[in-house]
Ligand binder design. Sequence first.
Ligand SMILES: NC(=O)C1=CN([C@@H]2O[C@H](COP(=O)(O)OP(=O)(O)OC[C@H]3O[C@@H](n4cnc5c(N)ncnc54)[C@H](O)[C@@H]3O)[C@@H](O)[C@H]2O)C=CC1
Ligand SMILES: O=C(O)CCC(=O)C(=O)O
Length: 526
Amino acid sequence: MVKVVISDKLGEDAVRILEARKIDVVFNPDLAKDPEALRKELADADGLAIRSATKATAEVIANAPKLKVIGRAGIGVDNIDIDAATGAGIAVMNTPFGNAVTTAEHAIAMMFAVARKIPQADASTKLSKWEKSKFMGRELFGKTLGLIGAGNIGGIVASRAQGLRMKVIAFDPFLSEEKAKDMGVELVSLNELLTRANFISLHTPLNDKTRNIISREALEVIRPGAFIVNCARGGLIDEDALAEALDDGRVAGAALDVFLEEPAKEHPLFDRENVVVTPHLGASTQEAQENVAVQIAEQIADYLLTGAVQNALNMPSVTAEEAPKLKPFINLGEKVGSMAGQLSEGAIEGITVRFAGAVSALKIDPIISGVVSAALKTQLATVNAVNATALAKDRGISITEEKTETSPNFGSTLSVRVTTSEGEFAVTGALFGGEPRIVRLGGVRLEASVSSCMIYVENEDKPGFIAGLGEVLRDANINIATFNLGRREESGDAVALVALDCGKDEPPLEAIRALPQIKKASTLRF
Ligand SMILES: NC(=O)C1=CN([C@@H]2O[C@H](COP(=O)(O)OP(=O)(O)OC[C@H]3O[C@@H](n4cnc5c(N)ncnc54)[C@H](O)[C@@H]3O)[C@@H](O)[C@H]2O)C=CC1
Ligand SMILES: O=C(O)CCC(=O)C(=O)O
């Protein structure tokens, strides 16, 4: 039975959805704080569903040998080691839209809270102080809001702020002028934003480029009296430098939902009058939590049960409709790619995948990933369908795709040509009743199904060879399951693909290579 561990506080709907799809669910939010218990649960788990409390580190991933998918019920994936997951062939998914409105609303609420000192006034009033003159605020109307990052959440914040009649400017190097214009947002440099904005709101992911984007230097040029709102990630602001800027009045106030270290139970910024804080509540509404729980449960179940891929950060998307159509071709691609890889000699320099016939109209990226992963397995221990194309690129191996709409003799064929330092080798396969068949091998036509233990033999086509091969196999006590023959037209050499009942035993390659007419003999494992 497929098993999914939920190690964070996810909406109960996630459990209901997974169980309805006959998935064994372990729902234990305490696991987020107990790495040892999490490791034990993950020993036989296929999926892991988390929010932000669970840290899916390289160590956690290395101890989860069956894990196929990590699903983040939310947006930020900085608590997941994506490189480690990719290296282990684990798909990493998130739910990019489920909590965006809620988080944008929190940013707007925080902007009001810090501008009108609502939390401080609330606390004082409840202490019967009635300090009316102490809590003089600032209006948002007519002010400039500077967004650092204007994607999903920043975009929603922009539209809400425009409703409040604020002028919205943004620093986002990846946002086109056209999109910014549609949003009614003026694109500016970071420096211009810092010097112009009355309110600055952060909405970027945390990465090496954005870490400390509100740096000490940024705070030196910031418009005096600006307010800063951060409902994205703690590491975006240099917290020490912010404390100083708040103290000397350069920054009028800060509203922070996120912190460098979380949970943040004690923090130097907490003592300040002009700071409003919440405990990473950006996504915490019933609506958002239902959305992300339902979405991630469905995405995980779809992936584990059908192969559909949605919102993955490390693999191409495949819809639930595409998945069943692709599955047999991915399987065919793996067999053909593996055979081409196993029969090539020398370092692989390039892999060309040619799609002919109906298959050319399908989404081919997942098939290519399967081909490349299978072809490179002979050379790279760590390759898998998730990291294959990236790994190939890394090693300077070119991946080329070719498509033709027609396939003369079959509905569809898939050909893989592997180019190496020593030459090239090509294999073509087709589906017969949904099962992979090899229909061309090294330029020779034949028709062979693929089984777990096979040998490939090239020999001078002279009488007596097959009998000799049969004797060698008989002496090794290995039964021949199927025997497929073809002939190379130009040289007249024969090619044979022989399926053997050899289990884990090695076929007697040395004895086969000693046969008089032999030119080449290789074992193939699938
Ligand atoms: N407080 C909370 O509970 C929540 C926080 N978040 C966080 O909010 C942030 C934004 O999320 P989304 O809007 O969904 O992401 P998104 O990916 O839709 O938007 C991010 C935007 O940042 C821009 N960007 C990337 N690098 C940049 C750089 N170096 N400088 C300026 N802009 C840059 C991108 O072009 C993009 O437009 C993320 O960090 C996410 O983790 C998301 C949900 C809840
Ligand atoms: O799950 C949460 O409460 C945090 C959400 C969040 O930070 C995100 O989705 O990036």
